[in-house]
Every structure is written in C-alpha cells, then in structure tokens.
Design a binder for this molecule. Structure first.
Ligand code: GLN
Length: 285
C-alpha cells in the first residue's frame, strides 16, 4: 500500500490536470480527502508522510478521489462545508455555501439591533444564512423557507446538529406560504445566473441544483419577484437585502428604488465586487 507522501505526490498532479486547479488548491483537497479517510488532522499528515494506508483506507480514499477527479464538488463528497465558522451538512439538493455569502450574513447582523427582531431567509437551501444569523443572535426570531422539501430537510438537520432553536422552517416558494406574516429584515441569496450563462456548465456549478443557480434570461427573474412582493411582508422601516451577480448591482438598485425602497446601497464581497444590495422600506402605503 502507498504512503501518505506517495499519494500526495501523484494525486495533487492528477487533480491539477483533471480540474485545472492551482497547486495549493489541489494539495489542500488531497490532504482533506486523506484526513477524512485516516481520521487525522493536517498536522498529522505533515508529521507522518511515511505512514502507509491500509488496504481498506486506500480503497475508501480511491473512491473519494475518483469522484473528485470526475469533477464532483468536494463539499458533496465530504457532505459538509464550513460557513461563518459553522459546519453545515450539504447534499446535491442544496447549493454549496460560498465565502462571499458571509457578507450578506454580516450585513444582516448589522441591521439587527433589538431582541426579538423578525428575520426571514428566502430560499434557505442548507440553512447557512438563516442558521448563521440565528447562531450569532439567539435573541432574533428567524424564519427560513425553501421551495425544495429536500433542501428544507437538510436545513432542519443542520439546525438540530448545531443546536439552534430560534429558526422555524417552512416549505414555501418565496412568499407563497407566508401570507399575512411581517418581518423586520428579509434576506436572500436567490438564484441569479442567466439561464444561458456558460458558467453553469463549469466546475462545481454542474453538480449543484440549477433551480438554486439560474433565474431567467437575465438572471433577475427571482430577484424581481422578491423585490416586488417584499413590501407586503416588511414592517415600516424594515430592510430587504439580496445577494446578486457581479454585474447586477445597478439593476437591483433600480428595482429596489422603483418598488419604493430608500437608503438603497450595495456592498462589496471579498473580491471587491458589489455583491449584496439592500434598501429600507420607510413609509408603507
Ligand atoms: N455565487 C454563485 C456562483 O456564481 C451563485 C449563487 C447563486 O446563484 N445564488 O457560483
């Protein structure tokens, strides 16, 4: 059986070639796969490069590696992804939480001032946004909805594992099942990629639920719907914040202003790209 050192040397190169990854990325992914099979941390891998894999470990490792070489996202192979310092179960029924989306959580948290603030997360997927907010603010009352029953059950499982009890979940296509309910803050990372965007056929996106990624010819179908219906579910002074594509901030700002939102502004993600746009509904008609 091969050693840790041998596997690393061969498989980092194989992964780079198969998926066009950077050296560091490929190395980190092989290390993660080895750690998962050997049940050790990264320091152990570095300290024991001569350690041989047992036959069983090797076959388990090969199964994961082959899946990754076929392009399957690492998060789906491991069934987990870290987001906002918390560990989330993810399945192919849910979008994989992105580091960029932590911006939406931070902005949402900055708008929660008092205890009992009612927060709604539309299209919660794995529950990442709703649970990150609820974990940071146990005094907030968070509602999380998704149109996918499979996604919702992953989100509920995550709430259980993370022992977060201030989120309630509901099956709802955007606001459809929320008639008569009002919130202080509505957040969403909806699908926002144009249906014919070539990125949908690349990388991790090929394996993610297309319903969580693509939204009409300009990518804005769901954002338009959310903005037009949010007013009926916000209290006066309430905020709506949505994540969107790299070139959509101006169009989202226009949509918000046309729907009567004020204090409209966009904030940049880690790459310096306007990624979250929000506004406040002051007077209600
Ligand atoms: N930011 C993701 C991507 O482009 C898309 C997420 C989404 O559509 N909400 O990979």
């Amino acid at each position: 059986m091969p050693s840790i050192r041998e596997r690393l040397a061969q498989d980092v190169a194989a992964l780079r070639q198969a998926l066009d990854l950077q050296q560091d990325e490929a190395r980190s992914e092989v290390q993660t796969l080895l750690q998962t099979v050997l049940l050790v941390n990264r320091a152990y891998l570095l300290a024991h490069p001569e350690r041989l894999l047992t036959e069983q470990e090797h076959s388990q490792y090969q199964t994961s590696l082959q899946r990754r070489l076929q392009g399957e996202p690492l998060a789906y192979i491991l069934s987990e992804r870290e987001f906002f310092g918390l560990n989330f179960k993810v399945t192919p029924a849910t979008l994989i939480p992105r580091p960029d989306t932590e911006l939406l959580v931070e902005l949402a948290l900055s708008r929660i001032s008092s205890a009992g603030t009612r927060v709604l997360d539309l299209g919660t997927g794995s529950g990442a946004i709703a649970l990150a907010i609820a974990h940071s603010r146990p005094d907030a009352k968070v509602t999380a909805v998704d149109a996918s029953e499979a996604a919702l059950s992953v989100a509920q499982e995550n709430a259980g594992c993370l022992e977060i009890s201030n989120v309630r979940f509901a099956l709802s296509n955007w606001f459809a099942a929320l008639a008569g309910l009002h919130f202080d803050l509505i957040v969403s990372n909806p699908p926002y990629i144009a249906a014919n965007d070539r990125h949908l056929a690349q990388g991790d996106l090929r394996f993610e639920p297309v319903g969580a990624l693509a939204s009409g010819t300009d990518g804005l179908d769901d954002i338009r719907l959310i903005i037009s219906e949010a007013g009926a579910h916000l209290v006066a002074g309430g905020w709506l914040m949505v994540e969107h594509g790299y070139d959509q901030s101006e169009r989202v700002q226009t949509l918000l202003r046309s729907a009567g939102f004020e204090n409209v502004r966009s904030d940049n993600d880690l790459a310096g790209i306007a990624r979250v746009t929000g506004g406040q509904l002051l007077g209600k008609t």
